[in-house]
Each structure stands twice: as C-alpha cells, then as structure tokens.
Ligand binder design. Structure first.
Ligand code: PMP
Length: 391
C-alpha cells in the first residue's frame, strides 16, 4: 500500500511546523481586532529582523511570490526606464517579462550555460553601457539551484546608481542574506518556502532609496492592487497597532506568519543560515557518493535551499514515482533546456537532519527499484558524515 504519510521535499511549498498549521486553523478574527493588529504589527517588525533590514519598509499582501515581483516592478518602473536582469534561469526571465509589462526597456545578462551564473565582469560591463534605474538578481534560481553572489552583484549595481532588487523567493530565511549590509534596495519573497507558511503571502521589504524613488514618480502606478500608495498607510497603521482598511488581509495566514517568524528568530538567523548550509552540503555529498551530478556548475554556485541533480545514466523521471513510493515527494525539472533530464529537492525552512537522511534513503530505494547500480547506504553514509562532522 502507498504510504499515506509523505515527506514533502520540493522547493516550495515545504513541510510546515505544527504550530504554524495550528495558527492557520484557529478561529478567524476580524482584521481590525486588537490581538490581530498586535500580531500583524509584530510580524512586520519581525520581518525586518529576518531580512536583516533595520530600515526597510515591509509590505505583506495576499498573493504569491509573483505578486511580490509585480509589486516591485509596478512601484519602481516608469515607462521608458531601463532595467538590467541578471539572468540565472527561469525566474530571471519572468522578472524581465514583468518589468517590460510596466514599460521598462530590459536588458538581460545571460548565464554562459544552464547551471551557471553570469560573471561579475559581464554584469559590470553591462552596467557601464547604460544608465539602469533597476537591476534584478534572482538570489536562488529555483529552476537550476544556482546561487547568485548577491553581495558582490548588489555592490556593483549600487556603484552604477541602480536600485538593486533581489528575488529572494527561494532564499530568504534560509540562504545567508543581509539586505541592508549588502545594499539591497528591494528584497522580496513568498510565504511557502524558507519563511515556513503555506502559500498565499507576498512579502517585500523596500529600503529608503527605493521608497524615495517611489515617492519621486512622475506617473501613477499602473496597477491598482499592487500600488504602494494604497499599502504604505496600511502597513504603517498595523505597525502602530491602529485600525485601517484598504483590502481585507488574509487573517489566518498572517497569524501563521507571526508564529513562523517567531520560530525563525528564536532559532536565530546565523544558526539558521548554518543549518541550511550543513544540510545542503550533506545532501550534495550523498548525490556525489551515489554517482550523480549537480546542475549548478560548481559548489560555490550551488544553493543551500534546494539542489538540482541530473538523473544518472539509465535513470529517468520514473525515479520520482519510485521515491514517492518510499514516502518522499521530490520535484521534476523546470528549466526548459533540460526539463526532463534532472530533478529538484527542496531542503529549506524547518527541514531537519533526519528529513535529509530520510530523503537520501528514499532516493536510494528508488534507484534500487530502477536497477541502478550503486553501493547501498553510500549516500546515507556520506550525508551522515557531513551532518556529524565537528566543524
Ligand atoms: N521567484 C523564484 C525564485 C521562485 O522560486 C518562485 C516560485 N517557485 C517565484 C519567483 C514565483 O513565486 P510564486 O510561485 O509564489 O508566484
């Protein structure tokens, strides 16, 4: 019989903690109830700590990560503005399309190959060629598992006067990210990944330079729902624990956000970054020990929130069904150039050492079922060695 208890190890949604799920299931309060205003206000304050952005203006709106991207573009771009997209895969392309929708003239700096990121020199050269108002970076491209060097890229963008926007949907609250220290003007994510809340919230923090650019707009924002003119007074009101309405917030999701952010901050950001790094290294060690190859071009380009792996010789997408039989759900390919040749494993949020061991164990079971030749337990031993190392 199929196991009815499955471990969800895809790059979002992820496994959520019982406390977060309980917050979702509690009786819904009014959106202006005193205790709800307190929870929402506190969540906004907590977001500054999670993004390491003490002077950021948070926006929390019902929607998915794509709405957060839409909000960044709608509020920063005016027709004819130039935007530079550092393109590491599927989601860079999406950002380009969104920016163009608001009238931006977009240039992309492509990665030299799938699984790679554009060289800093290529980005610097592009920044020199024109005056860009906005530069976007996908911190972790979920289609390839490629990690961009946001710290260096953001410094370059700033140096050339661009507002730096980071799509952190697959990174923030898992991958090391320091919005203010790194000079990131807008950072955005969604609830369902390392933030640890079921899908439905778009989260964005805008730094002072981004808010200033927004205030200096000459044209109204070309999107009614995403317009910061509507949302800024609402966010300020919740932080001041004052009632104010624009559009009904997703009350239970915000209760859950408040709970999850509390858990994240109790763990501490540095501990959390280190946990994600350790688990990613353990999983990559298992992949290598099983004779499989990563999509990212090198370990310094590999994310710590998910891993993209090529199927080994003689194995195909049937592996995912076989792993599911063993109780673990993984994701297939997404990048159009290699879609059927690889799979993806999410390991972010509340993911534990034992979750990653269970995942490696299930992959070994799936590989065995497909008659792939390997030494049973080799992946598990390699992962365990990294998890137990005293460094
Ligand atoms: N950017 C990245 C890097 C993502 O991983 C995703 C979701 N996989 C998105 C944007 C879009 O988010 P959503 O699916 O929540 O709209």
């Amino acid at each position: 019989m199929m196991n009815e208890r499955q471990l969800l190890m895809i790059p979002g949604p992820v496994e959520f903690t019982p406390a977060v799920l309980q917050a979702l299931g509690r009786p819904t309060t009014g959106h202006l109830a005193g205790d709800f205003m307190e929870a929402f206000g506190r969540a906004l304050e907590q977001l500054r700590e999670v993004f390491l952005s003490p002077s950021g203006q948070p926006f929390v709106v019902a929607g998915s990560g794509t709405l957060a991207m839409d909000m960044a573009a709608a509020n920063l771009i005016e027709p004819g503005d130039r935007a530079l997209v550092v393109d590491t895969g599927y989601f860079g392309e999406r950002f380009a399309a969104i920016l163009e929708r608001y009238g931006a003239v977009v240039e992309r700096v492509p990665a030299p190959a799938v699984g790679d990121a554009p060289a800093l020199e290529a980005v610097a050269a592009a920044l020199q060629r024109a005056n860009y108002k906005v530069m976007t970076i996908t911190h972790v491209d979920t289609s390839t598992g490629v990690l961009a060097d946001v710290r260096r890229l953001a410094a370059l963008g700033r140096q050339h006067g661009a507002l730096v926007v980071v799509d952190g949907v697959c990174s923030i609250a898992g991958e090391e990210f320091r919005q203010e220290e790194w000079g990131v003007d807008v950072a955005l994510t969604a609830s369902q990944k390392a933030i640890g809340v079921p899908p439905g919230l778009a989260l964005l923090l805008a730094g002072p330079r981004a808010m200033e650019a927004f205030r200096r707009r000459r044209h109204p924002v070309g999107n009614y729902y995403a317009d910061w003119t509507q949302w800024l007074p609402i966010m300020e009101a919740y932080e001041g624990r004052q009632p104010r309405y624009f559009a009904t917030p997703p009350v239970n999701l915000i209760w859950a956000l408040h709970t999850s952010l509390g858990q994240i901050l109790r763990e501490g950001m540095e501990t959390r970054f280190a946990r994600h790094q350790r688990i990613a290294r353990a999983f990559r060690a298992a992949v290598a020990a099983l004779g499989m190859r990563l999509v990212p071009a090198g370990p310094d380009k590999a994310a710590h929130t998910l891993t993209a792996v090529y199927y080994p010789e003689g194995v195909d997408g049937a592996l995912l069904a076989a792993v599911r039989e063993a109780g673990v759900v993984l994701a297939g390919g997404l990048h159009p150039a290699i879609r059927t040749r690889y799979f993806r494993v999410g390991h972010m949020g509340a993911v534990s050492h034992s979750d990653i061991l269970a995942t490696v164990g299930a992959i070994e079971q799936g590989l065995a079922r497909l008659r792939y030749t390997f030494e049973a337990g080799a992946g598990l031993a390699a992962a365990q060695a990294v998890l137990l190392a005293q460094d």
